[in-house]
Design a protein around this ligand. Structure first.
Ligand SMILES: [Zn+2]
Length: 330
């Protein structure tokens, strides 16, 4: 998912009621940001020796949920040192400014290509309003608060930052966006991947096994960079990866292989339809068919309505990203 998400959210698919905060090993919890539908968009909270860091924030509307998550974990607001944003798309960083206003000691950590937009979100706001219109913009994103320059920390590839002595390493991983970095927690052997390692909605889990798919939004999607970034993550052999959409996955080697197959397939479909009239519709149709075949093999519920409800927004975004990329290479 990216700045966009769903312009006109449909009702969430039926499912079990899931708690807003879910706990994992090593002091890591996921908090549902409430963006669009349940279990679409996660913030992660890391608590270590009484200090805390967030990874991604959802939107400004998500901030009360994040603060409630802190309360639920018994962490005072003064104990939050870091707000790590994986990239500046609004479902990841839209709430960072408002969150920092509630956290007196925290600083935001951002890729160098994203820093100026967090300090002055005017352009981010204008472009999003232009795409979605004022009403949808207000409903999905709310007011985006600027972050004072002295509260921004800009990473280099390989930057390490500590949370009460626990080290987090930032790796620049283009592919989904040029302003994307991922965060490696070497001690826990886990990685926070934002959108670089794709999307895995928990609704697709079958017998505890995850289903994964790439996310390729406009305007900076690049398949070669995406493959290289996925390979870089696989080479680190993490035990688990925390995705923003949605939270913890294991079996990283298998999922990495499947993710790479998805990238190759989508790119081949895009090239195949590049010159066709109505290429966006054809590409969307073929992408749904490809995913449906993969979901059949995965053993997922064959009901097409359920599949469309879970897939169509991301397919639409991927089509735009692929066509933008093709136009850029032409
Ligand atoms: Zn996203």
């Amino acid at each position: 998912m990216t700045a966009g998400g769903n312009a006109d959210p449909r009702p969430a698919p039926a499912g079990p009621v899931v708690p807003a905060v879910e706990d994992y090993p090593d002091g890591i919890s996921s908090i549902d940001t409430g963006y669009v539908r349940p279990r679409l968009d996660a913030s992660h909270l890391i608590v270590h020796r009484g200090r805390a860091a967030f990874v991604d924030t959802g939107t400004t509307h998500s901030v009360p949920r994040l603060l409630a998550g802190l309360d639920a974990k018994g962490v005072p607001r003064e104990a939050v040192d870091w707000v790590f944003v994986t990239h500046i798309h609004l479902d990841h960083a839209g709430g960072a400014g408002a969150l920092l206003e509630a956290l007196p000691n925290a600083r935001a950590v951002v890729h160098p290509r994203g820093a100026a937009h967090l300090a002055d979100p005017t352009r981010l706001i204008a472009s999003t309003r232009q795409v979605y219109g004022d009403e949808v913009y207000a409903r999905l994103y709310g007011d985006i608060r600027p972050i004072p320059a002295e509260r921004l920390v800009v990473t280099e590839d390989g930057t390490r930052l500590a949370l009460a002595g626990r080290s987090f390493e930032f790796l620049h991983t283009p592919g989904h966006a040029l302003h994307h970095h991922v965060i490696l927690d070497r001690d826990a052997r886990v990685l926070f991947s934002g959108d670089t390692f794709g999307i895995s909605y928990r609704e697709f889990d079958v017998d505890g096994r995850a289903f994964i798919m790439p996310t390729m939004p406009p305007t900076q999607f690049d398949p070669e960079q995406m493959h290289a970034s996925i390979d870089r993550i696989l080479a680190l052999a993490p035990q688990a990866v925390f995705l923003t959409h949605y939270s913890r996955i294991v079996e990283i080697e298998r999922l990495g292989r499947e993710l790479r197959a998805g990238v190759r397939a989508y790119v081949a479909l895009a090239r195949h339809h590049a010159a066709a009239p109505e290429r966006a519709a054809r590409l969307a149709g073929d992408m749904f068919e490809w995913l449906s075949t993969a979901l059949d093999a995965h053993g997922f519920d064959p009901d097409p309505a359920q599949r469309h409800a879970l897939l169509d927004d991301d397919i639409g975004l991927n089509v735009q990203g692929l066509l933008t990329w093709l136009a850029r290479c032409a």
